[in-house]
Design a protein around this ligand. Structure first.
Ligand code: BG6
Length: 505
């Protein structure tokens, strides 16, 4: 998992869907930063493949404008950009046209260094319905060698990977007709986040916490991924996705599996992914009648978020005026294994919530309420550990302390660790790490076939429980609030309450 020490061989990175948003916002800024920090291979090419007519120079000029806007470091370093841009070329072509792939092959053949011709990272930043076609065309053009051959070829595929188990399964079959599973790198950008990677380091390198990480000590776990933004211009996509498919099936289940999995036998990709799959498989299956009790969905109506007026979801562009699509989902899941038996895991995510924050909160069991019940009214706050994934990346511990001057006054106090203070402000973007790992051929931070399918199995069960049911009044929430009232009740049934992310003082 150590990116610094990974050997990266010269290669060409071919981006399909190069005119799209992802390329301008994430991929090119990530590659530029990797280049600037001397992490890219000594020789490389970035080839943009798309239908629109452009020259190398006009594409570079476009990317430069986007970089000024989206770079995580500003201003952009002109010298570094000029040196980087020399390696960036454009290949105009239609994804479905064999002639376009012949043109791509010619372009690759024009590179003097054999490694630039044969080590190929194909980044599919296209609509998922095109993944299969691109793989087939690459195969037909002999650019993707299924059974070895020279160099290496890999496919990096973006989410959404299918929209249910059946479609994900079909997509997996399509891709693996032309590529071996070890050549397929399925992205979940949460795995590229430093703080998400830190979950494993934190859990398995600290004996003071490691021994508490089980049903004996943990009362329950809360995973919150809240967003302030609404769906904005993505209404069309969101109508097909909803919060369950957009966030829970992938990002949240990934975080959950890292938080709850057993220690892997090594840090090898397969060992880690084996444990994640095992964990996902031990999540108790939800029957349709369980969904009503254990899962809450919600949809925002007009409100105010961070002082700004926000329209309701049903009034957003490309959204049906009577849409039942959920912009919020909360679930109570149980993990039926030895470690977690009986411990509720509460997951929630939503758009237009008061704060954009992702965190994992481990709430420990309280001490017996005998000594301090007079002082606390029997409500001694239990200890909690919060992994702040973003923003204010860090970890907080809450414990109880004596209030000075009083005889037995006791109240919660907090200790904060912050990445910035400890390590400086350098936080690479998730895509930097992911691109580097894909170039190095390490699949640890990518989703394996069985993993994506198991996650869909869980999401599908929830969707089936909702089928044919329109949203009720208790499922709507005003933009700028923490979600529907039903989500509070989900926890109160067990005597729990959501702990909302707090700004760090
Ligand atoms: C994406 C979802 O995968 O993740 C978006 O499609 C969401 O709807 C985004 O806003 C959140 O990512 P991050 O990194 O901003 O937490």
């Amino acid at each position: 998992m150590d990116a610094e020490r990974k050997a990266v061989e010269p290669c060409s990175i071919v981006i399909f869907g190069a005119s799209g948003d992802l390329t301008a916002r994430k991929l090119i800024p990530a590659l530029y930063h990797l280049f600037k920090e001397k992490q890219l291979p000594a020789a490389f090419r970035v080839i943009g493949f798309a239908r629109r007519e452009k020259t190398d120079d006009s594409w570079r000029a476009e990317l430069r404008v986007a970089l000024d806007e989206f770079s995580r470091t500003k201003p952009v370093d002109d010298v570094a950009w000029a040196a980087f841009a020399q390696n960036v070329v454009y290949c105009m072509g239609d994804l479905t046209d064999p002639a376009a792939y012949a043109k791509l092959e010619q372009l690759l053949n024009s590179f003097g260094d054999a490694r630039l011709r044969n080590n190929l990272l194909f980044y599919l930043a296209t609509s998922p319905s095109q993944f299969g076609d691109v793989a087939e065309q690459l195969h037909n053009a002999k650019l993707l060698h299924r059974h070895g051959g020279e160099g290496w070829q890999r496919l990096v595929v973006e989410k959404p990977f299918g929209h249910d188990l059946a479609s994900a399964h079909a997509l997996n079959n399509e891709l693996t007709r032309f590529a071996h599973e070890r050549q397929v790198f399925r992205i979940d950008h949460y795995l590229g986040k430093e703080t998400v990677q830190n979950i494993l380091m934190f859990r398995f390198s600290n004996s003071i916490f490691e021994r508490l990480w089980n049903r004996e000590s943990v009362d329950h776990v809360q995973i919150t991924v809240s967003e302030k933004m609404g769906v904005g211009g993505r209404g069309g996509y969101y109508e097909e996705a909803g919060a369950l498919r957009d966030m829970l099936q992938n990002h949240i289940l990934q975080v959950l599996s890292l938080v709850a999995m057993e220690p892997p036998v090594s840090l090898e990709a397969e060992s880690i992914r084996d444990e994640k799959v095992k964990l996902l498989k031990s999540i108790r299956a939800l029957k349709p009648e369980d969904v009503a009790k254990q899962v809450v969905r919600g949809q925002y109506f007009a409100g105010v978020v961070g002082g700004q007026p926000q329209t309701g979801y049903r009034q957003e562009t490309k959204v049906k005026p009577d849409s039942n699509v959920e912009t919020y989902v909360a679930a109570k899941l149980y993990i039926d294994n030895w470690r977690w038996s009986g411990v509720p895991f509460y997951l929630r995510t939503g758009k237009c919530l008061p704060l954009g924050a992702s965190e994992v909160r481990i709430q420990f069991r309280p001490t017996p309420q005998v000594l301090f019940s007079a002082a606390t009214g029997g409500k001694l706050d239990p200890n909690a550990l919060t992994l702040r994934l973003q923003p204010n990346e860090g970890i907080s511990i809450r414990f109880n302390g004596k209030v000075p001057g009083t005889s037995i006054g006791v109240r919660p106090v907090r200790m904060h660790f912050s990445y910035d203070t400890e390590f400086g402000a350098y936080t690479p973007e998730a895509y930097e790490r992911l691109l580097l790992e894909a170039i190095a051929g390490d699949a640890t931070l990518f989703i394996r076939r069985d993993e994506v399918e198991t996650a869909w199995h869980i999401a599908d069960a929830i969707r089936q429980g909702w089928e044919g049911r329109s949203l009720t009044n208790r499922e709507f929430y005003a933009a700028g609030t923490w979600g529907p009232i039903a989500a509070e009740e989900l926890l109160s049934q067990n005597g729990h309450v959501w702990r909302d992310p707090q700004p760090i003082k």
